[in-house]
Design a protein. Structure first.
Length: 252
């Protein structure tokens, strides 16, 4: 199957590293022009932009704190202007664990920041992008296997935020398909990315590995391939689907 996204304009949030970067690269390889969003890692985002531009695609990186409403509004408006008023694909990938925190030690401030970035930003990015999306546009929300399992050690609030993402995805899909906009989601399992290098100790990763029937962690490119499929015409009859990509860690 030769999936092409020629002529499409895509915005991928949290795309300086990991899954977001892999999705941006795969979209560009498939013919899309790609706007990257980053929060801290400017150098990595700009390196990815250069790689995409070498493919002959239009690309640029835009900084925003997705925990701040004003930043989100400016991001969407700036990207829409960059693409001459049209956003065809929005991938809401940005997310954080901040740190592993047991439920009984989590502060209200921790909850607010986690929910703002992981959950509220998807609502706001999607809503603000709608005026620039035409019939046939796609929104892809990145959830997590944690939404199914409740998360690993110290990630119960992260899991709650991703559970919200999955529910929001299904609700958005039922409403927005009436406007000709397809909404679906991806729930990655344990993926070998900087996220786990930062937040998951080796012993915990090894324990995760033992619970995966495929006996390995996934790759960012495997998530990117699913995202590219969901962004294409081949997913036209998929509405509100959360695609589990977890090596069998959750089968349901």
């Amino acid at each position: 199957m030769d999936i092409r996204l020629d002529g499409k304009n895509a915005l991928v949030t949290g795309s300086s590293t990991g899954i977001g970067r892999a999705i941006s690269m795969k979209f560009a390889e498939s013919g899309a022009d790609v706007a990257l969003h980053y929060y801290r890692f400017k150098d990595s985002a700009e390196e990815t932009v250069r790689s995409i531009q070498k493919m002959g695609r239009k690309s640029a990186a835009f900084q925003a704190d997705l925990g701040v409403t004003e930043d989100i509004i400016q991001l969407i408006e700036t990207v829409a202007d960059f693409f001459d008023g049209r956003i065809d694909i929005l991938v809401n990938n940005a997310g954080t664990l901040i740190q592993r925190t047991p439920f009984d030690e989590a502060s209200e401030e921790y909850w607010d920041r986690l929910m703002a970035i992981n959950f509220k930003s998807i609502f706001l990015c999607s809503q603000k992008a709608l005026p620039f999306m035409k019939t046939g546009s796609r929104i892809i929300n990145i959830s997590s296997v944690a939404a199914r399992t409740g998360g690993g050690p110290g990630s119960v609030l992260y899991a709650a935020s991703k559970g919200g993402v999955s529910a929001l995805t299904m609700g958005m899909a039922k409403e927005l398909i009436q406007k000709g906009i397809w909404v679906n989601g991806i729930a990655p399992g344990v993926i070998d990315t900087p996220f786990h290098k930062k937040y998951t100790p080796p012993a915990v990763r090894q324990k995760f590995l033992q619970s995966i029937p495929a006996r390995r962690e996934g790759t960012a490119d495997e998530i990117a391939s699913v995202a590219t499929f969901l962004a294409s015409r081949y997913s036209d009859y998929m509405v509100g689907t959360i695609v589990d990509v977890n090596g069998g860690m959750w089968v349901g």
